[in-house]
Design a protein around this ligand. Structure first.
Ligand code: BGP
Length: 468
């Protein structure tokens, strides 16, 4: 490749737009710990762990996570040390509003100190409102199946904007709202472990409605920041260009990408999706005005999490009464696929470029950033040297290859303004607990000590040079 730009005397092959965000993402439940401290109420994860600890990898629950609640000051310094200019995390709803009504002063103090610390170090905070962690008392009222919970979320969002909106200029309503639908209402990986497509659709619709209502409130309050949503996009590739395979890929795209992407950005659901749901008697309940709310409160920007594509083929044995998404298409094992041998997910860097062009061509070229991309590795201590440093060259390569494709997408006009790695420090990942490590910093779960991995050193150079 021809070197494109020179920065600080360094020849850059891949240089990114001025002011590009370089950072990492995390979430409250996965990092904070202190799950029984500071006036926090239980969320579904705290509760689930108390009743079925054996479901969690090595029986490690969310109690301590990465101890961010206590170590955040030193951790923010660690972010600055590796050149992060931005950081996304979520607020814990159960911490901020434990009883569903009143703000918890200890939580306000914690989040206020965190935001102050980030701003002081020149790190732009991006604050997300919901990352899989429904307060237990609201789950007991039906979680996202209930309209009352949608209203409770709007109240929470308003309080968050009122408290921190003066300082925080980047907000997101949800992280990966399809995941609680997929994992909690179509699979047994998130509480409440229900398998019911109609209820799953209701959960999806109410999350979308809640997002639009939060955006409405944000704009009403007149803050001068921006509000968006973070979606995990899985580009769907058909086995072949046969009509049936292409149709299968389109259906997967409707369910897993466009069910949130279209209403969030364009303010409307794809007609093919509603027709399909209608045909199978799965349309959600809604009331007059809901569609107008969604149509009038679309996002200012998108965060995109990209890990792996979805490869599909037409169903070999079609089902007469499809009741679950997998009844509409079959997964397809692409013979040329490359796998992350330590996590089992396909690595397909070009997917990020395809996303970039899809946003440009079909979603008004809305401003967007990569809100998560990263490589999970199990038993990562096998790559540790005698000084305790993890030599994660595989992660550096993974990130560089994705960044190259992103660079190409930007070069072709896609409006991407940042790249966030998942994640800053190894963190607790739901049922997988500490099985797969993703961080620039390793966390020793016993001692809660942090140590920088080789990729952290690499990232520092990338951020400093705005490219590599
Ligand atoms: C993303 C989620 C994160 C995190 C990550 C890694 O989809 O937003 O919360 O869990 O996946 O997942 P895992 O640890 O299972 O590899």
């Amino acid at each position: 490749t021809k070197p494109s730009k020179k920065r600080g005397g360094v020849e850059m092959d891949y240089s990114f737009p001025e002011g590009f965000l370089w950072g990492a993402a995390s979430s409250a439940t996965q990092t904070e710990g202190a799950s029984q401290e500071g006036g926090k109420a239980q969320n579904i994860w705290d509760y689930w762990y108390t009743i079925e600890p054996e479901k969690f990898f090595q029986e490690v629950g969310p109690g301590a996570a990465s101890d961010f609640y206590h170590q955040f000051k030193a951790d923010v310094q660690r972010m600055a040390d590796i050149g992060m200019n931005s950081f996304r995390t979520s607020l814990s709803w159960a911490r901020l509003i434990p009883d569903g009504r009143n703000v918890n002063p200890e939580a306000v103090q914690f989040y206020q100190s965190l935001i102050d610390e980030l701003l002081e170090k020149g790190i732009r905070p991006i604050i997300n409102l919901y990352h899989f962690d429904m307060p237990l008392h609201l789950q007991e009222k039906g979680g996202w199946e209930s309209r009352e919970v949608v209203e409770a979320y709007v109240h929470y969002a308003k309080e968050a904007f009122r408290l921190f909106g003066g300082q925080v200029k980047d907000w997101t309503t949800f992280n990966e709202p399809i995941v609680p639908v997929e994992m909690g209402y179509l699979n047994h990986y998130h509480y409440p472990c229900i398998i019911d497509m109609k209820r799953a659709v209701q959960v999806a619709f109410h999350s979308m409605l809640a997002s639009a209502k939060a955006i409405e409130q944000y704009r009403k309050l007149g803050h001068d920041g921006k509000i968006g949503i973070i979606l995990n996009l899985t580009p769907s590739y058909p086995r072949s260009d046969d009509e049936a395979d292409e149709k299968a890929a389109e259906t997967a795209d409707l369910f897993f990408n466009r069910s949130f992407l279209d209403p969030s950005v364009l303010g409307r659901y794809p007609a093919d999706l509603t027709a399909l749901l209608n045909q199978h008697h799965m349309l959600p309940d809604y009331v007059e005005g809901d569609m107008e709310t969604i149509a009038s409160h679309t996002v200012d920007f998108l965060g995109v999490n990209y890990y792996q594509p979805r490869r599909v083929q037409a169903k070999e044995h079609p089902v007469s009464n499809p009741a679950l998404p997998e009844h509409f298409f079959d997964p397809y094992v692409w013979p040329e696929r490359r796998m992350n041998p330590y996590r089992g997910w396909e690595i397909y860097e070009k997917g990020l470029y395809d996303i970039a062009l899809n946003i440009k061509d079909h979603y008004n070229n809305i401003p967007w950033y990569v809100a998560e991309n990263g490589m999970g590795v199990s038993d990562e201590e096998r790559f540790m040297d005698e000084d305790g440093m993890i030599h994660d060259d595989y992660r550096i390569e993974f990130l560089e290859e994705h960044l190259k494709w992103l660079h190409k997408g930007i070069g072709e006009g896609s409006n991407c303004y940042g790249f966030h790695m998942w994640t800053f420090i190894d963190n607790w990942s739901w049922l997988n607990a500490y099985k797969n490590r993703y961080g620039f910093y390793r966390v020793d779960v016993e001692t809660q000590q942090r140590s920088l991995k080789k990729s952290g050193h690499w990232f520092k150079g990338v951020s400093k040079n705005n490219g590599f």
